[in-house]
Design a protein around this ligand. Structure first.
Ligand code: DX5
Ligand code: ZN
Length: 226
């Protein structure tokens, strides 16, 4: 049941002067996805990575590159990130007046499509688009910074979304959870319905990040076995 679990380490918490090292850590730990947090200092009060960095990452890894756009006017960045080599492109529902257009644009590039929700945004806002997307990214902190604490209500929200997807034959839509994910709460989040967990500070803040990645998978596996 949980065999599809994936970990997406967020390089936001990695050493930006050594991203190749971060990719090696992800390889050695066996992480499935590389999560790239794109911030524009407008949608969120922080400024991070653009398409040229993704292009360099693409040259250095065969892993799945997961771009989380925390930007206004997401339609402007879809093609640049697709060309740079992203495999999934997620945008925020709060950042777009025309989500359908952004979805179609991402789809036209052949990439996977994700929509993200801030903690206070009702799930109902993305319901009309669920049959057109591949994943829902549930933010379990306010977007903008790594290292924040997991918002406890997120677990209930994930379970409700999972139930809705199941009841509406939308189980192919995966739930990704991002923010405050640690080894100590991973099981709770997976049991609620999280398919893909993003972890930044827990992985890259550790002295042994490869082991942390492995421990996340072991945690998911232990649910599977029980
Ligand atoms: C926050 C980002 C997250 C962040 C998670 O806006 O979307 O991906 O890197 O970091 P941690 O795991 O430290 O909460
Ligand atoms: Zn993120």
């Amino acid at each position: 049941m949980y065999s599809e679990f994936k970990l997406a380490p967020s390089i936001l918490s990695a050493d930006f002067s050594n991203l190749q090292g971060a990719l090696q850590i992800c390889d050695q730990g066996g992480a499935d996805w590389i999560h790239v947090d794109v911030m524009d200092n407008q949608f969120v009060p922080n400024l991070t990575i653009g398409p040229p960095v993704v292009k360099s990452l693409r040259k250095s890894t065969k892993k799945f590159i997961d771009v989380h756009m925390m930007v206004i006017n997401p339609e402007n960045l879809v093609e640049p990130f697709a060309r740079a080599g992203a495999d999934n492109i997620t945008f925020h529902i709060e950042a777009s007046d025309n989500p359908e257009e952004v979805i179609d644009l991402i789809r036209s590039t052949g990439k996977m499509v994700g929509i993200s929700l801030k903690p206070s945004t009702p799930f109902i806002e993305i319901m009309p688009y669920l049959d057109k997307i591949d994943l829902v990214l549930v933010m379990s902190v306010e977007p903008g910074f790594g290292g924040q604490g997991y918002i406890k209500d997120s677990t209930k929200r994930i379970a409700e979304i999972k139930k809705y997807l199941k009841d509406n034959c939308l189980e192919r839509v995966q739930i990704q959870v991002d923010g405050g994910i640690k080894l100590h709460n991973a099981k709770e989040v997976i049991l609620a319905g999280g398919d893909i967990l993003v972890a930044g500070s827990e992985v890259f803040g550790s002295k042994n990040p490869q082991k942390v990645i492995k421990d996340f998978y072991a945690s998911a596996k232990s649910i599977n076995a029980s």
